[in-house]
Ligand binder design. Structure first.
Ligand code: SAH
Length: 217
């Protein structure tokens, strides 16, 4: 993939950031990250005019690149800090991983579809992100090898909160996960107060593609 980020792209991104501010995103570091990450490079070049609209967009395997507002909202809920080790479930295009990588120390990201894993791995490498580690696997298991994490972000719709993900949080760590049915989900932020003691806060309603079991070759 050719890395090209023109004044036109930058201008469109600034407008997108203004729109996200109007919609209530107020964490300046998150807005700066959105302003910095070239979302058009995660989509087919032919779709440039859609890249900076505040919409989800189809990618391979019937999945989607999340809506920028959703990416900003989930990222803001995670309170990203520069020394955080973050686990993302559902790499998809790799866009959300990049936004996190702008704000945190290391991002580990898992995707169940091999095709998306390969594509996002190459895209992230071409863009020069060295603090993102991509994995092909089943996010229901988390990623025990690098646990525990300061933050875990699930970018697919869960019907329940997998216990493995709670186990892989540090004390004081936080898990942001949309929980519900295929009709819609409520955003949850789960904070690990101590082992087996969690604070569960609920936020707005969203609609994600499903969090499905098993990895796909
Ligand atoms: N964060 C992505 C959003 C992708 S949509 C982005 O910024 O583009 C959610 C992704 O979660 C899809 O790619 C889907 O394949 C993936 N997914 C669903 N269930 C999963 C699982 N069990 N493990 C890993 N990834 C999963």
């Amino acid at each position: 993939m050719k890395f090209e980020d023109t004044y036109q792209h930058k201008g469109l991104r600034r407008k997108l950031v203004e729109k996200l501010k109007e919609k209530g995103i107020d964490n300046q570091a998150v807005l700066d990250a959105i302003n910095h990450v070239p979302r058009h490079l995660f989509m087919d070049q032919a779709f440039l005019k859609f890249a900076y609209e505040d919409n989800a967009f189809p990618i391979d395997e019937g999945q989607t690149i999340s809506q920028p507002y959703t990416v900003a909202y989930q990222t803001q809920l995670l309170h990203p800090r520069y020394h955080d080790q973050v686990l993302e479930i559902g790499t998809g295009s790799g866009y959300q991983a990049c936004v996190l990588a702008e704000l945190c120390k290391t991002v580990y990201t898992i995707e169940r579809f091999r095709k998306l894993y390969i594509k996002s791995k190459n895209a992230l490498k071409n863009m020069g992100y060295r603090n993102i580690k991509t994995f092909h696997g089943d996010g229901y298991q988390g990623l025990a090898a690098f646990a525990p994490y300061d933050k875990i972000l699930v970018t697919a719709a869960a019907s329940y909160v997998p216990v493995e993900l709670k186990n892989q949080l540090k004390i004081g760590g936080q898990l942001v996960i949309p929980v519900g049915s295929d009709k819609g989900q409520i955003m949850h932020r789960i904070t690990k107060l101590k082992n087996d003691d969690f604070l569960d806060e609920t936020f707005s309603r969203f609609k994600f593609v499903p969090f499905q079991h098993g990895k796909v070759m």
